[in-house]
Design a protein. Structure first.
Length: 75
């Protein structure tokens, strides 16, 4: 099941649906965020989820969401 909104209720909203599998849906204001920014944010969120699933003891502060190249680009 996908969530469908024509107008964002908030600047950025993450919907989570727990059924046979967990479905995440991002809704955002297009006047504030570009689709590439949302795609990048979605990738970060996926990295966090994958990391937690791989190691449930890992703390959020210890999860690396930026690639090595992205870290270099930021400095």
């Amino acid at each position: 099941m996908m969530f469908s909104y024509t107008i964002a209720k908030f600047d950025l909203m993450l919907d989570v649906l727990d059924s046979e599998s967990i479905v995440l849906s991002l809704n955002y204001r297009t006047d504030l965020y570009s689709s590439s920014s949302i795609a990048r944010f979605s990738g970060y969120l996926n990295k966090i989820i994958d990391s937690v699933l791989d190691n449930k003891e890992k703390q959020l502060k210890d999860i690396d969401i930026l690639s090595h190249q992205k870290k270099i680009d930021c400095y």
